[in-house]
Ligand binder design. Sequence first.
Ligand SMILES: [Zn+2]
Length: 197
Amino acid sequence: MIFDYPESPSGRLHGPAGYESYESFRPWLRDEFIFRCVYCLKRETWGQVTGDFELDHFHPQSLAPDLTHDYFNLVYACRRCNSVKLDQSVDDPTMHFSSESVVVSQDGGLASDKPQTKRLIRQLDLNSPKLKKWRVMWMRIVDLAKERDANLFKQLAGFPEDLPNLGRLRPPSNSRPGGIEASWYAKRQRGWLPDTY
Ligand SMILES: [Zn+2]
């Protein structure tokens, strides 16, 4: 299901560090967050990617300047979510947005019984009428594609073509080098990349 959040809070796969510009973390974050917004699950493949996805500090730079270049404070977010969040400090979404803590209903709304997840949903305004409508629309589009157009379905629910080759990057340090072998690019090299996710 295209709006299913990751299965469980599993911690980070990658741990690059030491870049001078936080933009350098972008390929790591694209891979880490599976090419979609950590908050609303909008995918790169649903639009024009250039400029559409931003690197969000969940503890904002204004309140936690020491975490500006900390990979573990960065998430991959769409422009809409980043602009709604603004300078709010929020809990780590990787800990509170999982399929264990949030479900998407047929009306496009997000439901949770966990207080921290509920707060995040509220802070990001993820249950606005506009966003609920948007989810219903995409669920329908992807369902129709699945029924009628296998190529379109793969395009909408599959991986982007430009998977980042993380093994070629040289971050000043990397506390989790093993993640590179588990990256989507490495999976594709081995023929293990699923058609859709
Ligand atoms: Zn978003």
